[in-house]
Design a protein around this ligand. Structure first.
Ligand SMILES: Cc1cc2nc3c(=O)[nH]c(=O)nc-3n(C[C@H](O)[C@H](O)[C@H](O)COP(=O)(O)OP(=O)(O)OC[C@H]3O[C@@H](n4cnc5c(N)ncnc54)[C@H](O)[C@@H]3O)c2cc1C
Length: 497
């Protein structure tokens, strides 16, 4: 039997646990990299509807996102995936108005300045705060070891700017607490910018030379353009699921994992276990810890040490004429020091026109996060009451919404607290004991959709390399078996004769 035939004779099976964007992207990458279809792939998803955090509801003419409202269009892997799925024509870039971003401070919304000079006239910071911000190029050098985002920002731009500008961004992007999150893990580019340019102002100038600011764009706005699909973010999931076909099995609750003779056995609630040659764990760090506990307790303990921050998303719709002023921008963030429970409000129908019925607007308010875990326990009426009171304070909206829908994410967003990179390194070291076992998803190497997709191809490549080495070992063993069988039959011949 040839090596190839030997490898083919026992087809290998890769199981991906979790059908969020990370698990589906890994399955898609496995299929793409195994063009000869020598490996079987199965995605096991607990819920009846794949996609995890990414889910779009079309309700009463509103397009409501459960979680993400898009991705930045500067990530080549995401764009390649979109193209491959034939979804390019479905992309919906955010409206130009979405470049205007606001921060709530001292009772009103302030536009985020477009450049360092615009800070002079801005009411966002006091004069002493502005002077301290201007001293950024003379900030003291970085201390040894991991540094929190807040410590980094205080060192470079001063306490007030850290509290107002950076704290609000951290709670808006990560639902996180800037005093706990690791700069290097959350904003690796920022960490490198300080190393490469010696300071943020210098880095900003260099960045702007390469990427001139678009008209009206706020300073510090991401380089890419926020982008979604015409029917919402879930179009990406539907595209992946359609491409993967019966590879994706829903309603399958994975309970545990064991290993024997270099293969894995995936335990399923209420069903027979599934055997696999390789397993990709894309079910979020907390669930994954539970799944691997019996297999590798130290790995489970490391995954347990990655905290998550629950989020509550409240979609509220109004007749546009009932608002005191038109929605014209991306929305606003709220520094924790302002005393509101709202982390931020996205003006979704301004970011993506068409997300509300004609003559109406859609806002999405975020509550919860690392600094307010109690928000997850609020019932719908309490959420609406908080959102209404705080929209009145920030935007002067004092009318009842025509439309309300509330979504809760108990595990929400992983928190890359100080020491996160060491935890991931430790998890990787444990995985080295289990060839064929891999981690994927937003708990490890980037919290955003783009990071999950970028990670998929290298994860798939590692898993396929493992399968290839198993196949060649099997082929060698089969060859040796044949040779020793032939030798045995040759030596047996005289006896037989
Ligand atoms: C409110 C909110 C807003 C966000 N906004 C943005 C944004 O605008 N842009 C952006 O880029 N990112 C955003 N994110 C982050 C983004 O949602 C994540 O990066 C991404 O969706 C994570 O995908 P994932 O596949 O790693 O995890 P998940 O989406 O959590 O998927 C994990 C999957 O595993 C399944 N699973 C769990 N346990 C089991 C089990 N035992 N057996 C089988 N299956 C199991 C789950 O059902 C789920 O489908 C946001 C997140 C939240 C919560």
């Amino acid at each position: 039997m040839s090596d190839r035939a030997a490898a083919r004779s026992s087809r290998q099976h890769v199981v991906v646990i979790g059908g969020g964007v990370a698990g589906l992207s890994v399955a898609h990458a496995l299929r793409a990299q195994d063009a000869a279809r020598e490996i079987d792939v199965t995605v096991l998803e607990r819920s009846a509807r794949p996609g995890g955090n990414i889910r779009t509801e079309h309700l009463d003419g509103y397009v409501c996102e459960w979680g993400p409202n898009g991705f930045l269009d500067n990530a080549p892997d995401t764009l390649a995936l979109v193209r491959d799925l034939g979804l390019d024509a479905r992309l919906q870039p955010s409206d130009d108005r979405a470049r205007r971003r606001f921060i709530f401070r001292a009772g009103r919304l302030h536009p985020l300045p477009g450049g360092p000079l615009d800070f002079i006239g801005s009411g966002l910071l006091s004069w002493s705060g502005k002077v301290r911000l201007a001293m950024e190029p003379f900030a003291r050098a970085r201390p040894e070891g991991d540094e929190t985002i807040h410590a980094f920002a205080t060192r470079r731009i001063g306490r007030e700017a850290a509290d107002v500008l950076v704290d609000s961004m951290v709670s808006g992007v990560f639902g996180g607490n800037a005093h706990d999150l690791s700069l290097r893990a959350c904003f690796p580019k920022m960490w490198h910018l300080e190393t490469d340019h010696g300071g943020l102002v210098r880095a900003l100038i260099a960045r702007r030379r390469q990427h001139p600011r678009r008209h009206g764009e706020a300073m510090g706005a991401p380089l890419g353009r926020l982008t979604s699909f015409r029917d919402g973010a879930e179009e990406l999931i539907r595209g992946l699921v359609a491409r993967l076909g019966d590879v994706v099995r829903t309603g399958v609750d994975v309970q545990g994992l064991t290993a024997e003779h270099g293969r894995f056995r995936v335990g399923i609630a209420g069903d027979r276990p599934i055997d696999a040659d390789a397993v990709v764990l894309a079910s979020g760090s907390a669930t994954t810890a539970r799944i691997v506990r019996a297999l590798d307790a130290p790995l489970a303990a490391t995954l347990d040490a990655i905290p998550t921050a629950g989020m509550v998303v409240a979609c509220v719709g109004y007749g546009a004429h009932r608002l005191p002023s038109p929605l014209d921008g991306f929305g606003y963030l709220v520094p924790r020091s302002e005393g509101l429970r709202t982390l931020g409000v996205l003006w979704d129908s301004s970011v993506y026109p068409g997300r509300a019925p004609h003559g109406h607007v859609l806002l999405r308010a975020m509550l919860g996060g690392a600094t307010d875990p109690e928000a997850l326990a609020l019932d719908d009426a309490q959420v609406v009451s908080v959102v209404r009171a705080e929209l009145q304070r920030a935007m002067g909206i004092d009318v009842t919404p025509d439309f309300v829908r509330i979504f809760r994410h108990p595990t929400g967003i992983p928190q890359y607290t100080v020491g996160h990179l060491d935890r991931v390194a430790h998890a990787e070291a444990r995985l080295a004991q289990w060839p064929g076992l891999a981690l994927a998803g937003n708990a490890y190497r980037g919290v955003a959709i783009n990071a999950c997709i970028a990670d998929a191809s290298p994860v798939a490549a590692r898993v396929l390399a493992h399968c290839a080495s198993r196949a060649s070992r099997a082929a060698v063993a089969a060859g040796e078996g044949q040779a020793s069988g032939a030798k045995a039959s040759r030596s047996a011949r005289p006896v037989l004769r």
